[in-house]
Design a protein around this ligand. Structure first.
Ligand SMILES: [Zn+2]
Length: 65
């Protein structure tokens, strides 16, 4: 994975590099400046998901600058 994926500043969702808006919340506030890749498969039973207020399974960034 050499491409810089984009992370949404609103919901921390990891989006494809060619996305203009977030797959999850449709925000156009996407950034390449992020760290910590986490995949949340079962948000309902995940403490990280609860802390990040994630309700949908998917890939998220822990830190967005
Ligand atoms: Zn989003």
């Amino acid at each position: 994975m050499a491409t810089n994926r984009l992370v949404c500043r609103e919901c921390h969702r990891v989006n494809d590099p060619d996305n203009d808006t977030c797959d999850s919340c449709n925000s156009s506030s996407l950034t390449e400046d992020w760290a910590g890749y986490v995949v949340i498969a079962h948000p309902e039973s995940s403490e990280i998901a609860r802390e990040m207020q994630v309700t949908e399974p998917g890939a998220y960034a822990l830190k967005v600058r």
